[in-house]
Structures are given as structure tokens and as C-alpha cells.
Design a protein around this ligand. Structure first.
Ligand code: FES
Length: 481
């Protein structure tokens, strides 16, 4: 039976054909208008919101959950659920702008290039990829390459990528990121740069997918990676090293963060500090004189954005803090009337109960994770002298608002600072140390060896106290610890 084709006109983009009953998201992805499936196209993340300017298909339950009756009448639909049956026209309502890519780090500084050979440092993230050409001696950044991780077309988080690899697309996922890393390296070589080595920090799933390792062990308990050790491969005949990780959930990107924190702690003469990297997975490391305790708290998508993902997660926190202050929202996360059902207006957007709920769950997981690390290590909250916030989210976070909603303990506001992209800075420190030991003719040692040996990873799912702490931390509002 022949498939019937219909025309889909996308305002300001052009006209596309699709098969009758095919979902609109696949056309947006094929036309490179949308480059990620936030929830794998299940209609739960709201990132693919469009508006039909006529002939809108009937709303699905997922549309009804997400949009108000007025919006539904106005043609608002989720592209991943919309399967038009006749020619139609849509306009894009989702944010087409690329996400914020953080290239600033504590080590980035202007200066002279000293060495004849450069190194390439990389942050291979689930959402973005950043590579920098740097002078190994001074840390001067000579050039920066940023890209969205092309694997986003197969889902926004590591869970969807694992699923995709296990469904037979592992090779394709590996090829996608390898090509992305190769592109700037080839360019820099063509420009005459001699590249000594490439050092990359990424989470355990990202490094496994890059190497083409089996990720099935990362899909279910007891979450066993093929390896957490440093990985070596090559690009354009140059050795590539992935920083070693600690566990399935605490990868080389966090090892990099710990290398940076250790350096900062030495500079600031701090003995006890906490590193928090907020993302879909909130990694937390408590670094003290007796060792390091780390964990990963499943934070979900709240920190990646709310309001149908039209504003960044860091702004969601400020908005929620404001709603609390105005009394439009109570500590249990319920919106006051008249916003209870329809959501509260916030600029041109509306904040819904489910956005607030997601944020509550995320911040509860982080807060409970922090509490457990403190208890396990016998550290009192006041002994934590510094809180380093890593990554793009931490960089933009309004610490005061984070304290107001109870994401960060209130008594830590003044000791909390953002340290930028620690994956890049840590990769630099790692490469620098490799070069130093090679120059001094020492046997090749592991630059993160001491950190790896002294770090104990805690699985929050196995902690008896976690559920109780999590529930207590669901409440919004200032909290001490
Ligand atoms: S991709 Fe459509 S709602 Fe998530």
C-alpha cells in the first residue's frame, strides 16, 4: 500500500513533506530545525512545543497534561506527539537557540605561548562538546571549538543514549562524537600546530560510547562499567587520553573537577571543601584531609530547563524563589489561587506545577546527597570551608535564590563560588602533569592516581537514610544543615 504524503509548512523555515500520520518531530530533526529529543520523543519534557496555525491534529493526553485548554484551542501541541492527517502549517515555539556552552575555567588566562607543542583539552559532555588548543606550560588557550553533542538527536540524557546504543546504534553514536572531536584537531594541525596529546574529560557513558564499549552494564544495577581506568585511543595519529573515573555515575569529568578543586584548595589553604556539579546527574564530592567521598544524585531534567524548557534551569530557581517570596507558592510546592490549576505567569511564560515538582525533586536529591556525604565522613557542616559549583549551571546560578529554595544550605551562601568549566581545567592539569613527569624522565604515572585511590564512591540508592532525607528536603524554603 502506498503511503500518502502531506505537506507541512513550517513558518520561516520552509515546506516539508511527510507521510500522513508521521510525527512532526521527525521532520524537524531531519530538517535540522530541532537537534535533540529531550525525552526521547515520549511527550514528557515539553521541549518540542509547536503551534498549529490551522488543521491541528487532536490533542493527545500528553498535550492535555502540558497545555492549558486555551493553548490547546490555539493550536499548541508537542511535535513528538503530533501526527497530522492533512496539509498544515506550524510555527516553532521551542527555543532554537543553542544552549549556553561554558568555556571559562579557573585556568583560562591570556598569556604567551611557550611550548613548541600544544595540547588539546576537551570536555565531552552529554549536551555539549568543547575542545581547546592550549599551551601546556602557561595554560594559555589558543583556540576554542564548541559544538552541541551530535548524539542529542538520539535523546537528551545518558539513559536514552544507552538505550539507543543497546538497540544497535552504538557504532553510529561512537562515529558521531569521534568526528566531532576530529574536526577541530584536523583544522589545528592544518594550521601548523604541533599537537602533543589530547586529554578529554567526560562522564562514564560518554567515554564508553566514544570508545565503542558495551554500555549494557551501565543500564541496570549493579551498574558496572567496562572500565573506569584512563582510556587511550588516537585521533589524527595523536594520542587521546580520557581521564579515569570513579564509578558508573562518577566519571572522568568529576575526576577533572576534583583535580581543579585540589589545586584551588591548596591555593586558598582550605582543608575541607565540597564540589557540586549540577546537571541531570548532580555529582557531589566532599574533599577533606582524610580522603574524598563522592556520590551522584539523580536530579532529573529540572536543572536543564523548565517552562517547556524555554528558560534555563538556573532561571527556574530564581523564579521559584521569587514566587515563594511573593507568597504565590507555598513550601510544599503548591501554587496559590488563582494559579493553582493554570500555572503562575512569569514574564511571557507560565510556570506549571510539574516544573516546580521537578525542581523540588532535583533539589531534594542534591540536599539529601550532601547530608549523607557529611554524615558518612563525620564532617560537620561548619567544617566545610568552601563550596565549589562546577559547570555551566553553577556558573549562572543565583546562589542567594538557590539558598532561598533550599538547594544549598542557607549557612553556606557566603562560602559558595562558581569555578567554571572544571572538566576543561582538570583535563589541562592532567595533561600538564603527564608532560612534566615525562620531561623529568619519570616513569609514566597516573596524574589522578592519588585522587582515585583516596576516593570512595557512595551509592545513594543503598543508603538507608536517603529516602527520609529526600522527603524532608522536598519542602521549599531556606534550610540549614
Ligand atoms: S521531545 Fe516532545 S515532549 Fe519531549
Amino acid at each position: 500500500m502506498e503511503c500518502e504524503e502531506i505537506k507541512l509548512q513550517i513558518k520561516n523555515e520552509g515546506t516539508f513533506s511527510l507521510e500522513k500520520g508521521e510525527n512532526v518531530l521527525s521532520v524537524l530533526i531531519a530538517g535540522k530545525i530541532f537537534d535533540e529529543r529531550g525525552c526521547g520523543g515520549h511527550g514528557t519534557c515539553g521541549k518540542c512545543t509547536v503551534r498549529f496555525l490551522g488543521n491541528a491534529p487532536l490533542p493527545k493526553p500528553g498535550d492535555r497534561r502540558r497545555f492549558t485548554p486555551e493553548q490547546l484551542r490555539d493550536g499548541w501541541r508537542l511535535a513528538c506527539l503530533a501526527r497530522p492527517q492533512q496539509d498544515c502549517c506550524i510555527e516553532i515555539l521551542f527555543e532554537k537557540k543553542s544552549p549556553f556552552i561554558l568555556t571559562q575555567s579557573v585556568l583560562t588566562k591570556a598569556g604567551q605561548k611557550n611550548d613548541t607543542e600544544s595540547i588539546v583539552i576537551g570536555d565531552l559532555g552529554t549536551t555539549t562538546i568543547v575542545l581547546q588548543l592550549a599551551d601546556p606550560e602557561s595554560g594559555t588557550v589558543l583556540d576554542t571549538f564548541c559544538a552541541l553533542n551530535p548524539q542529542r538527536a538520539y535523546g537528551a540524557d545518558v539513559i536514552s543514549r544507552i538505550g539507543c546504543a543497546m538497540e544497535g546504534r552504538a557504532e553510529e553514536l561512537s562515529r558521531m562524537v569521534r568526528e566531532c572531536v576530529e574536526r577541530p584537531v584536523k583544522q589545528w594541525i592544518a594550521q601548523g600546530h604541533a599537537i602533543k596529546m589530547i586529554i578529554i574529560a567526560g562522564n562514564t557513558v560518554m567515554s564508553h560510547l566514544y570508545e565503542g564499549y558495551d554500555v549494557s552494564g551501565l543500564a541496570k544495577a549493579p551498574f558496572t562499567p567496562v572500565t573506569t581506568g584512563p582510556l587511550n585511543t588516537s585521533v589524527c595519529n595523536t594520542e587521546v587520553t580520557f581521564l579515569p573515573g570513579i564509578s558508573a555515575f562518577v566519571g572522568g569529568d568529576i575526576t577533572a573537577g576534583m583535580l581543579v578543586c585540589r589545586e584551588e584548595m591548596e591555593k586558598e589553604r582550605v582543608t575541607t571543601a565540597l564540589l557540586i556539579d549540577l546537571g541531570t546527574n548532580g555529582e557531589i564530592a566532599l574533599m577533606g584531609k582524610d580522603g574524598i567521598l563522592c556520590t551522584a544524585a539523580a536530579a532529573g531534567p529540572a536543572f536543564e530547563g523548565g517552562f517547556a524548557a524555554q528558560i534555563p534551569g538556573s532561571d527556574v530557581i530564581s523564579v521559584v524563589a521569587e514566587l515563594l517570596e511573593k507568597g504565590w507558592l507555598d513550601e510544599t510546592g503548591l501554587l496559590a489561587e488563582p494559579y493553582f490549576e493554570s500555572g503562575a505567569p512569569c514574564g511571557e511564560f507560565t510556570i506549571y506545577r510539574e516544573d516546580i515538582r521537578k525542581l523540588q525533586m532535583a533539589k531534594a536529591a542534591i540536599f539529601a546527597g550532601i547530608r549523607i556525604l557529611l554524615e558518612e565522613s563525620g564532617t560537620k557542616a561548619d567544617e566545610v570551608e568552601r563550596v565549589y559549583l562546577a559547570g555551566g549551571f553553577g556558573y549562572k546560578l543565583n546562589v542567594e535564590a538557590a539558598c532561598k529554595i533550599g538547594l544549598i544550605p542557607d549557612n553556606w551562601a557566603e562560602r559558595t563560588i562558581a569555578v567554571g568549566n572544571t572538566a576543561l581545567a582538570g583535563a589541562y592539569l592532567y595533561g600538564k602533569e603527564l608532560i612534566r613527569s615525562e620531561r623529568e624522565g619519570q616513569e609514566k604515572s597516573e596524574p589522578a592516581g592519588e585522587i582515585i585511590r583516596n576516593t570512595k564512591s557512595i551509592n545513594l540508592a543503598e543508603s538507608e537514610a536517603f529516602d527520609a532525607y529526600y522527603l524532608q528536603a522536598m519542602e521549599l524554603g531556606k534550610k540549614g544543615i
